[in-house]
Design a protein around this ligand. Structure first.
Ligand code: FES
Length: 170
């Protein structure tokens, strides 16, 4: 445990006093409650935005539960992220209608333009690319969700405009 804490990167929330305090408080407040693992993970995800692998080890250790239990919850629910997300999120609907209507080509375009993969964030911390399930706008396929806004009937040649809008200085 001590070895792990020495090895974590300087950008991990465990290395940042304010964020570590959030984790420790969540653990302290929920440790004795039933469903403590889920309660702590929810709190940490909500306040910090992700639960990195070192955070999972730390939480498991402090709650005195096997790491597999914490890791199992984090990987089972898509709500939990293991890496920090960017300021903006672009999600690609992988539902059948969108898939057939050309979402794979949109994803390719995005990956090419940003030079990152799905699930990754641009090095400047601005944009995260993610996949999502059907958002109920199948008649608008292919659909992407930019932050919370659904954009339909999107063709790869229009994707640069989507990006431009997101990247404009606010
Ligand atoms: S399949 Fe994409 S919105 Fe339904």
């Amino acid at each position: 445990m001590t070895r792990l804490l020495k090895e974590i990167s300087a950008s991990d929330p465990l290395s940042i006093a304010e964020q570590k305090l959030i984790i420790d408080t969540a653990i302290k407040e929920n440790k004795e409650r039933p469903g403590a693992v889920m309660l702590v993970l929810n709190e940490v995800q909500g306040k910090i935005g992700h639960v990195s692998p070192p955070m999972q080890v730390y939480i498991a250790h402090k709650l005195n539960v096997p790491l597999g239990q914490v890791h199992g919850v984090v990987t089972f629910y898509s709500f939990f992220k293991t890496k920090p997300r960017g300021k903006h999120t672009i999600k690609f609907c992988l539902g059948t209608a969108c898939y057939v209507a050309g979402v794979p080509q949109l994803i390719e375009k995005a990956k090419q333009m940003l030079d990152i993969d799905l699930g990754e964030t641009t090095p400047d911390g601005e944009i995260t690319l993610e996949e999502c399930r059907c958002v109920g706008a199948c008649s608008q396929a292919p659909v992407v969700v930019v932050d919370e806004e659904v954009q339909g009937k999107l063709k790869p040649n229009k994707f640069p405009q989507v990006l431009k809008k997101v990247q404009k200085p606010s």
